[in-house]
Design a protein around this ligand. Structure first.
Ligand SMILES: [Zn+2]
Length: 104
């Protein structure tokens, strides 16, 4: 018999976060990029464990003024936000390894 453990996380919408692009701390919450991201966690005892959580995006004051003129190479990656039901595309600056745009 295979048993699973599912852990659901959420956050206060008044929270602040570190900007994933430039690293600025205490940036206000803007919206949710992915409503339910799934991560595989180490097993708890004999249970296969999974963590479900939304991915927040911040409204970063520094990145609003982001200068993209130095971006030379980008990669576009599509990822599932909810097991095959919803996709988002990420545009990433390959050299700086920054997400520069999210397309829902
Ligand atoms: Zn930023």
């Amino acid at each position: 018999m295979v048993c699973h453990s599912f852990i659901y996380l959420d956050f206060d919408r008044k929270s602040t976060f570190t900007c994933g692009t430039c690293g600025s701390k205490n940036q206000p919450f803007h919206d949710i990029v992915v409503k339910e991201r799934l991560w595989r966690h180490l097993d708890f005892w004999q249970y296969k464990s999974f963590i479900h959580a939304p991915l927040p995006r911040v409204k970063c004051g520094k990145c609003e003024k982001q200068d993209l003129s130095n971006v030379k190479k980008v990669a576009i990656d599509e990822t599932s936000s909810k097991r095959g039901h919803q996709y988002v595309s990420l545009v990433v600056d390959i050299e700086k390894r920054n997400v520069i745009y999210v397309i829902e």
